[in-house]
Design a protein around this ligand. Structure first.
Ligand code: FE2
Length: 442
């Protein structure tokens, strides 16, 4: 009698799985791009075998709000010395004069590898549509295709300077969607008047409906407590039947809203099924700039939204650009900041925190949601994290040990000298995340 030994493409041994009891470890078998089996012990062999040594496995991370067009441009033409949003905008306006598709793609190619090494396989990026040439839109739509072996990218057509501020901006926004942008953006708090803000939201929804796109806005990114565009977004979400298809990025004003107003608005946001995307690193750094001490925490009140049944996910927003001088594309850094700023560190909170960069985000990303998770039959997009439980992961931080994309080992960070390695274009490549151009202040 012969015994049939199962062959798998990849087997992860001895791992804890988020969502299952942590007093047990499991083996995960993968065939092609899917999880074939999960058991306490799997017989048979994987062509690739990974011993997780009890460490935690999670579905791969999401970065739900990012500006890939500006990554790694820091210092060019100059560094932001005040650290303010406004100096950042002025520096970016200078940089944009010479921006090309090649330049964007070169920077994105370098940076995306960092992002992958740090376990984030899904990026939603904004692409500025207020430039006539639509260079960033064209480049990022290309990036989505060029780097699809490494990451899934969604491009949001983002009218950085407003939709109503110039007569042609609405047309550029529409054009960006025709060029292949996945989502329609907006920035109502940057319009000249409240009336224009309302009109801009209507224009965005009309385009979204016409081209069957989701909405992904920058909404109320200010400390101004009377910035209340989210209610208008909710109204149009209901009017257009877009529930579950709308994300509102930043919403930092909601930190400063009057409690009576917040009390009234929360049920409306829940009813509209809007996901709030906080960007903790950038929000805590760029908001509160008009305050002396005490300074507000300019971040959306994540805990409050969650308690009100509203979905919340996180973005990194910026890395090494005119607005944020740090970052390596690690969503754990954003999460670490979020749980401190909003005091989400009760023992039970810590075991839910990773949802902000995994399941909650997947829900708002929508595409492939049914395939997301560490379960039999689902797509194997996994990270083996540096810790035995969520608490270790949040304490110790740093890159995951391994990253698996569509069933293939795509990042291995277990080499000597803290080396990060990513599988790209058919071979393993050491990823250098040091910033070699950095100059000391004079
Ligand atoms: Fe942003």
């Amino acid at each position: 009698m012969s015994v049939v030994v199962e062959k798998y493409d990849l087997v992860i041994r001895n791992t804890r799985i988020r969502g299952r009891p942590y007093d047990k470890t499991f083996d995960i078998a993968i065939v092609n791009d899917r999880i074939e089996d999960i058991k306490e012990h799997i017989n048979g062999h994987g062509e690739v075998e990974i011993d997780a040594k009890g460490r935690l496995v999670s579905p791969a991370f999401f970065n739900m709000h990012h500006h890939l067009d500006s990554v790694l441009t820091i210092g060019d033409p100059k560094y932001n010395e005040s650290g303010t949003l406004w100096e950042g905008i002025a520096i970016w306006a200078e940089y944009k004069k010479k921006i090309t598709e090649e330049d964007i793609l070169r920077r994105v190619e370098e940076y995306i590898k960092w992002h992958v090494a740090y376990g984030t396989l899904f990026i939603r990026t904004h692409a500025d549509t207020t430039e006539k040439t639509l260079t960033t839109v064209k480049a990022l739509v290309k990036a989505r295709e060029l780097f699809k072996d490494l990451v899934d990218i969604q491009v949001t057509a983002f009218p950085q300077d407003g939709i109503m501020t110039e007569p042609e901006n609405a047309e550029y926004l529409r054009k960006a969607v025709e060029l292949g942008a996945d989502n329609v953006g907006m920035i109502p708090h940057n319009e000249y008047t409240r009336e224009d803000a309302v009109k801009s939201i209507e224009v965005a929804f009309k385009i979204a409906k016409e081209y069957d796109r989701d909405i992904d806005g920058h909404v109320d990114e200010t400390d101004d407590p009377i910035s209340r565009n989210l209610e208008v977004v909710a109204k149009y979400t209901l009017k257009y039947g877009w529930q579950g298809r709308v994300t509102a990025g930043h919403v930092t004003a909601s930190h400063s809203w009057d409690p009576a107003y917040r009390y009234r608005i929360m049920p409306l946001i829940r009813k509209a099924g809007i996901t709030i995307i906080a960007n903790p690193l950038i929000n805590i750094y760029l908001q509160g700039r008009f305050d002396f001490y005490p300074k507000r925490r300019g971040m959306a009140p994540i805990k409050l939204y969650l308690e009100n049944g509203i979905n919340v996910a996180l973005g990194h927003d910026c890395v090494l650009d005119p607005w944020y001088p740090l970052g390596v594309g690690d969503m754990l850094q954003a999460l670490f900041m979020a749980i401190h700023v909003d005091q989400m560190m009760g023992w039970s909170d810590l075991f839910k925190a990773l949802d902000l960069i995994t399941y909650n985000a997947a829900k708002a990303w929508r595409k492939g949601y049914e395939d997301y998770g560490v379960e039999k039959g689902k797509k194997a997009n996994l990270v083996i994290l540096n810790g035995l439980t969520d608490v270790d992961v949040l304490r110790i931080l740093g890159p995951p040990l391994y990253v698996i994309r569509n069933g293939k080992l795509i990042a291995d960070n277990t080499g000597p000298e803290r080396q990060l390695k990513v599988f790209y274009k058919g071979k393993w490549e050491v990823v250098d995340t040091y910033f070699h151009r950095a100059t000391q202040p004079r």
